[in-house]
Design a protein around this ligand. Structure first.
Ligand code: GLC
Length: 572
């Protein structure tokens, strides 16, 4: 029972600490938000795809887990060329997931449980099947409808070369050529992602008006906030100049100081407009940015007082499991975010990256690990080690000042499914990389809830279809049902940690003071009043300093010593 807290701690109370839950102003400063990747969370209608009905049935699980908010990934109508990040209607729900009335019910139910709800906003691109794009194609070169997107004549004598050398994040050119109904090729259009995701032209006032109206639509439906997809992409350099050689190497990153399409100054004006929309509501509304900036100072510009509220901390997510790198990521983020008065949004996994349990179960790189393809080169996977480190990482993350995002399944100890059969893969990265990069499906495999064979309660009994991605048989050990009765399980560790975090006055918002006496390979910090977190990244055990009690530990303590790759929360 090592991970149980001492009984009757003076601060433990059934009262919520300072109420990240509904009612509290600026709740995003210390909320724990759970990311529901809708298509893989719970299937209510038996078609093998997660949906609103499934999520509604599992809301008690989220409430009991102890999170404050739920970020529901894409639910909009979409042809699903990129898992739904290709939207045809920003004001409706795809029938695959449910209906608008059901979304309204879901929002109410989430609020009744005292939780908040965030949804995705995808402003950089629409689906190529969005009515606007149909009008742009039909209207031909020069029509006003085309000015909502980024169309250009091709280069070369026949215009058969793309307008510039920009590359799609998913592989290949970022340009595709439109074709007239009679088959004649005409202008090219820009898509930083798949050809089914044409980029919008944010120099067009109509695009601004449309998105402000979409924000209001969902705020009026009671949504508490938005996660802004590729928040660093909407502004493009005038004239659309070619990328330099260094930018081509670093396709997905904003490394270059004046990159022609990532992290440009023009973005901030858009966010100031959105902030004014959010601030016009009496009940607080918020934004969290998925933004890649070249350093944490640049990232902090997205969360200046009149702009977005928070931004995911990808430096933390991509750090290897090494004390020095983790500490650098933590320190830099805390300093740069504090300078603009914003909280840090800690995150270890999401639907785009290799699950951290798997990353940590491999030999650790000196620098960041992000891409599955790179990650596979890093050596064999040790499940026990990855699980042990993931347990420690949960305690580290939830002890840091600020808000935190959990990705569904991390609380069950799910690993990246790296052996999905080729024919099951659905991520467009697999096709567009010419089958060299297996993409992100491995972190999107449907949740195991109960039972000992797939679909593990993901779909109702006797469902007509298998889950949209196959689940490993070994997940029978990781179902929520199995873990809920096991005090040593990952699920119980998360529950205890979230419970303590909510009740303890030192956690969430507040100061972090590093302990100056710890040696290399250890992170130790105090959170006043009376809380200490120690993480041992080394393989050997560490003698704990004097303390008043043990609140929680990621593994059993060994006669007052903290074993390797483990973390502990102490009172002192
Ligand atoms: C974001 C999403 C990712 C999607 C991309 C394009 O990075 O998280 O899943 O493929 O944007 O919309």
């Amino acid at each position: 029972m090592s991970n149980r807290p001492d009984p009757a701690l003076p601060w433990e109370t059934s009262q919520r600490r300072n109420g990240a839950r509904r009612g509290a102003v600026e709740w995003w400063h210390d909320a724990v938000c759970y990311q529901v990747y809708l298509r893989s969370f719970a299937d209510g209608n038996g078609d093998g795809v997660g949906d609103l009905a499934g999520l509604r049935r599992r809301l008690p699980y989220l409430s009991e887990l102890g999170v404050d908010a739920v970020w529901v990934n894409l639910w909009y109508p979409s042809p699903m060329a990129d898992g739904g990040y290709d939207i045809t209607d920003y004001r409706d729900i795809d029938p695959l997931f449910g209906s608008l009335p059901e979304a309204r019910t879901l929002i109410e139910e989430i609020h009744t449980l005292g939780l908040r709800i965030l949804i995705d906003l995808v402003p950089n691109h629409t689906s190529s099947q969005h009515p606007w794009f149909g009008e742009a194609l039909a209207g031909g070169p020069g029509c006003v409808e085309r000015n909502r997107y980024i169309f250009r004549p091709g280069r070369g004598s026949d215009g058969d070369l793309p307008p510039n050398n920009w590359r799609s994040v998913f592989g290949g050119s970022a340009w595709s050529r439109a074709v007239e109904p009679d088959g004649m090729p005409e202008e090219w259009y820009l898509h930083l992602f798949t050809p089914e995701q044409p980029d919008l032209n944010w120099n067009n006032a109509e695009v601004h008006r449309e998105f402000e109206s979409v924000l209001r639509f969902w705020f009026d439906h009671g949504v508490d906030g938005f996660r802004i997809d590729v928040a660093h992409a909407m502004s493009k350099a005038p004239g659309l100049p070619d990328l330099g050689p260094a930018d081509i190497e670093l396709i997905g990153s904003a490394a270059h100081p004046d990159h022609p399409h990532w992290d440009r100054e023009g973005i901030h004006e858009i966010f100031r407009g959105w902030r004014a929309v959010a601030d016009s509501y009496a009940e607080p509304r918020m934004f969290v940015a998925e933004a890649c900036a070249r350093n944490s100072e640049r990232l902090s510009r997205y969360v200046r007082p009149a702009e977005l509220h928070t931004a995911f901390n990808f430096d933390y997510l991509t750090s290897p499991w090494r004390a020095a790198q983790m500490r650098t990521a933590i320190d830099k983020s805390l300093t740069t975010m504090a300078a603009v008065g914003a909280p840090t949004a800690w995150v270890l996994s999401n639907h785009d990256v290799v699950r951290h349990l798997t990353r940590y179960g491999r030999p650790q790189a000196e620098g960041p690990v992000h891409d599955l393809a790179d990650h596979l080169l890093a050596g064999p996977f040790d499940l026990e080690l990855g699980t042990r480190r993931a347990r420690a990482a949960a305690l580290l993350t939830l002890a840091l000042p600020g808000c935190a995002y959990l990705y569904q399944g991390e609380e069950l100890g799910l690993w990246e499914v790296e052996d999905l059969p080729d024919e099951a893969l659905q991520d467009p990265i697999w096709q567009r990389s010419g089958h060299t990069n297996r993409g992100r499906d491995g972190c999107r495999v449907p949740m195991p809830w109960s039972g000992d064979t797939p679909p593990f309660g993901f779909s109702p009994d006797h469902a007509g279809s298998d889950p949209w991605l196959p689940q490993p048989q070994q997940w029978e050990r990781l179902t929520a049902q199995v873990q809920q009765d096991d005090e040593q399980s990952m699920l119980e560790l998360y529950r205890r940690a979230l419970h303590i975090r909510r009740a303890h006055p030192a956690l969430g918002k507040g100061a972090l003071l590093w302990d100056p006496t710890t040696g290399p390979g250890v992170l130790a910090f105090t959170r006043p009043p009376g809380f200490q977190c120690i993480v041992n990244f080394r393989p050997d055990a560490l003698r704990l300093p004097d303390h008043d009690g043990v609140l929680l530990s990621s593994v059993p303590l060994d006669s007052g010593r903290l074993p390797g790759d483990a973390a502990v929360w102490l009172t002192r």
